[in-house]
Write a protein that binds this ligand. Structure first.
Ligand SMILES: *Cc1c(COP(=O)(O)O)cnc(C)c1O
Length: 244
């Protein structure tokens, strides 16, 4: 067994155990293997090891790898490409053309660009809205640091999401968040809990839209995220090792 294969199996076992602790079926959790910075050869080996869900941070890197793997394996290789990092306007065409799920939609302007391109190509793109509930100014995402107590913020958020939800080609499926680094576990857990609660509030406020998917958790915190309701976990180092 290759190292990637055995690490992947280990992460899957930890996912199953975390789901059991939370009384959830493990098959409602998708493990996204974050292959950013790794060369195409590593992704091909991962594919041979059974990995089909790949996550990339940069749109140009996702596009290049998607094209290379399609050339090697064919268009029907069953790979799902996850754009997990935020996208700048001028790169949005790459995401519209190559991503299968975009986890980090963080403003209406990008949504508009994506939608325009999707209408041109006839493609559909499921998206998750990245939310910043920890209030850290360094973090991307819709500013939701005080969503529970700030009614004006909720109003703006609801309107902006409603606008995005009506754009052709895009379909909102849920939320994505990143926990702060180097903080005690209760704080990480709190960020995941508050994200799940925000998804619940949005589902009530905007019943025409879908907020059922929660992309939360990385190598260091995916088990906590699963206990708090994650349906997608984005795991890089625990599968591929430390990035160069
Ligand atoms: C790199 C990255 C991950 C994976 O991080 P690891 O610590 O390697 O598991 C997850 N999500 C996003 C948005 C990332 O950029």
């Amino acid at each position: 067994m290759s190292t990637v294969q055995s690490r992947y199996a280990e992460v899957q076992e930890r996912i199953t155990a975390a789901a059991q602790r939370a009384g959830r079926p493990a098959d409602e959790i998708t493990l996204v293997a974050v292959s950013k910075t790794w060369p195409v050869e590593t992704l091909l080996a991962a594919y041979q090891a059974g990995i089909r869900q790949f996550g990339e941070n940069r749109p140009e890197e996702l596009a290049e790898k998607a094209i290379r793997l399609a050339a090697e394996l064919g268009d029907d290789a069953g790979i799902v490409w996850h754009q997990i990092g935020t996208v700048q306007s001028r790169k949005s065409g790459l995401t519209a053309d190559h991503a299968d799920l975009f986890h980090a939609l963080d403003r209406a302007k990008i949504a508009r660009r994506l939608s325009n391109r999707l209408v041109e190509t006839g493609r559909e793109l499921p998206v998750l809205l990245e939310v910043n509930v920890s209030g850290e100014s360094s973090k991307a995402g819709f500013d939701c640091g005080r969503w529970e107590t700030d009614a004006a913020l909720r109003e703006r958020l609801q309107q902006e999401i409603e606008t995005i939800g009506a754009m052709p080609g895009l379909s909102i499926q849920g939320l994505m968040t990143m926990a702060p680094w180097d903080v005690p576990e209760p704080e990480i857990r709190g960020v995941f809990q508050r994200t799940r609660q925000l998804a619940g509030w949005l589902a009530e406020a905007l019943p025409q839209l879908d907020f059922s998917q929660l992309s939360m958790g990385m190598s260091d915190d995916f088990e906590i995220a699963i206990e708090e309701g994650a349906t997608l976990v984005r795991v890089g180092r625990a599968i591929f090792g430390d990035r160069a």
